[in-house]
Write a protein that binds this ligand. Sequence first.
Ligand code: URP
Ligand code: ZN
Ligand code: ZN
Ligand code: ZN
Length: 465
Amino acid sequence: MRTLIRGGTVLSSTGAVTADVLVDGETIAAVTAPGMLAGQNVEVDTEFDATGKYVMPGGIDAHTHMEMPFGGTFSADTFETGTRAAAWGGTTTIIDFAVQPKGSSLLSTLDNWHEKADGDCAVDYGFHMIVSDVNDATLKEMESCVAAGVSSFKMFMAYPGVFYSTDGEILRAMNKAADIGGTIAMHAENGIAIDELVARALAEGRSEPYQHGVTRPPELEGEATSRAITLAKVTGSPLYIVHLSAAQALSAVAEARDEGQNVFAETCPQYLYLSIEDLGKPDFEGAKYVASPPLREKHHQPDLWRGLRTNDLSVVSTDHCPFCFKDQKELGRGDFTKIPNGIPGVEHRIDLLHQGVVAGEISLARWVEACSTTPALMFGLYPRKGVIAPGADADIVVYDPAAEQTISAETHHMNVDYSAYEGMTVTGRCETVLSRGSVVVDRGTYHGRAGHGRFLERDLCQYLN
Ligand code: URP
Ligand code: ZN
Ligand code: ZN
Ligand code: ZN
C-alpha cells in the first residue's frame, strides 16, 4: 500500500520545505522535490494533494490520563474514545500515566494499564509510571519498567496521603533514575503547605471552585519546582517538570537550564489560554476548570509564551484528564476539594498551539518541535516518531492553516460533556491524519479502528545535555 502526499509544505523543527512525501506500508519511504517521483514509475494506491497545506509529523501528547482513578471516579475517556479524539486533532501518539496504587507493585500496575489499553487504541501509545509507593521493591522494579519500555517516572510533591512523596523518597527514586538512565517527571506543588491553606479556606466557609485557585498559589509551585531541581542536581537525575503553569516555576527551570542541568519542562494549552477568572464562573461552572496546578492569573501567560520561544519550556502536552460536568465535577459541589481534578484537551492541543503561530508568539518550527519532535526525543521515540523522514513511522498530519473552526462540546470527539474552550474560534484544522500509513481521519470522516494503535517500548531520554 503506497500513499503519495503531493506538494505540501513539509514542516520540521528546523523549518519548512515544499516536497512530496511517499509512504510505503507503515513508514515513510521518501521525501522528494515536488514531482520528482512522477517520471520514475512509482505506483501509488492513494494520493493526497497537499498544495497550500502543511505536512507535519503526527502530534505526540506526552501527558494524558485515560480511565484514571481519581477522587472516587474515573476520567471519562477510555483508551478507545481518548485516542480517537486525539487522532481527530492530529495526535498520533499518546503517553499515558499508569498509576501505582499504594501497596501494589509497579509491574502489576503496568499489567493493569496494558489491560486497559491493549487492543483499544486508535493510535500508538506508551506509558509513564506514576510512583506513589517508594520502597526497596519499587526501586528495584524501576529497572524492569525501563526494560519494558517505560523509562519515565512521575512523582508528586502534591496530594499528601494520595500520590505524595517526601523529599527523601524523591531523592531515593532520583538516585535510582540516575543509575538506570530513567527520567523523573515531577508534579511540583508544595502539597503540605497547600493542605494548610485548603483547611483554612474550608474552616472559613470558602468552598466554591475559585478557592481551588486561591489555595494553590504560584509561589508554592515555584518553591516545589526549585526543590525538585535541587534534588535532581544532588542526584544527577534528569528532571522533567510536568504541567508548568507559573512564572515562578519557569524562572527556576530557566536558571537550572542556563547552568546546564538536565531540567526540562512542559506547559499545557489551558495555562496559555485560560485563567483563574474561569474558576470564578458562576453556578458552579468554575468546576469545569479545576485542575492542578490551577489556572493562573493572566499575567503568567506572556512568560509561558516566552518560555516556549526560549526552549525553557520544551514541550506542550495536554494533561488531558476529562471529568463530566454533570455527574463527576458535581461531586465537589459545596466542597471544592472533592471536585475531580482535570481538564479535557487531547483533541485540541495542536490547533490551540497553532494560534500561537497565528499570533506571532512562536514560529512554525517551534510549533512542530513542541508538539511532536521534542516529545519524541524527550521520551525515547525518535526518529521513529517526531519527524517526516525516510524510515520514520508514517504518522502524518495534513494541516489546513486557513480553515476556521469553533471549538464546542457539541462537535468534539472526547467523551466528556463540556469543552473548556467552548465557543472559541480557531484558525487551522487537521485535514488528513495518517497513523503508520493508515488513514485515520480524512476531511471530516473517521476511518480509524480501535486496536490499530500499538504499544511503544520507549528508549531512554534522547534530549540530555
Ligand atoms: O488536575 C490534574 N492535573 N489532574 C491530573 C493529574 C495530574 O496531576 O496530572
Ligand atoms: Zn500532575
Ligand atoms: Zn534560558
Ligand atoms: Zn496529569
